[in-house]
Design a protein around this ligand. Structure first.
Ligand code: ZN
Length: 130
């Protein structure tokens, strides 16, 4: 049985070790193995072990409404929008590449050659931490 972390979207499974005892149950946290935040607590006489099944898609992919695989399939190139000064990045943009798979276009409503603008800097730059 797998579940999804509500904080980061990672998929993981929970295994209960030593549960099913009659007394001595206490609340044990179930922690996301990816972002290490506590997802919920459950009463058990044992402990929980969490196994990561699938890391969440990057913030960029989530923002765009596609998966990381989609993004790779597209092969789009992100560009910095530095405004007039060139000193500071205001946002990122890219052009939907010619060989973007049809299903991505249908899913997102993009057109080939369309400029996707206003991608927040935090989303792109946070990605480098992964
Ligand atoms: Zn998480």
């Amino acid at each position: 049985m797998s579940e999804e972390c509500p904080k980061c979207g990672a998929e993981f499974s929970v295994t209960e070790i030593g549960g099913g005892g009659i007394c001595g149950a206490c609340r044990e946290p179930i922690n996301c193995p990816y972002c290490h935040k506590t997802v919920r607590e459950e009463r058990t006489t044992g402990t929980f072990f969490e196994t990561l099944i699938k890391a969440p898609d990057s913030l960029l992919s989530q923002h765009l409404g596609i998966s990381d695989d989609d993004w790779e399939d597209m092969g789009a190139e992100l560009n910095e929008n530095t405004g007039n000064s060139g000193d500071m990045t205001y946002c990122y943009w890219f052009i939907v590449p010619e060989n973007t798979p049809e299903e991505i276009l249908v899913k997102t409503g993009w057109e080939i050659g369309q400029m996707i603008d206003q991608i927040p800097v935090e989303i792109v730059e946070n990605d480098w931490d992964y």
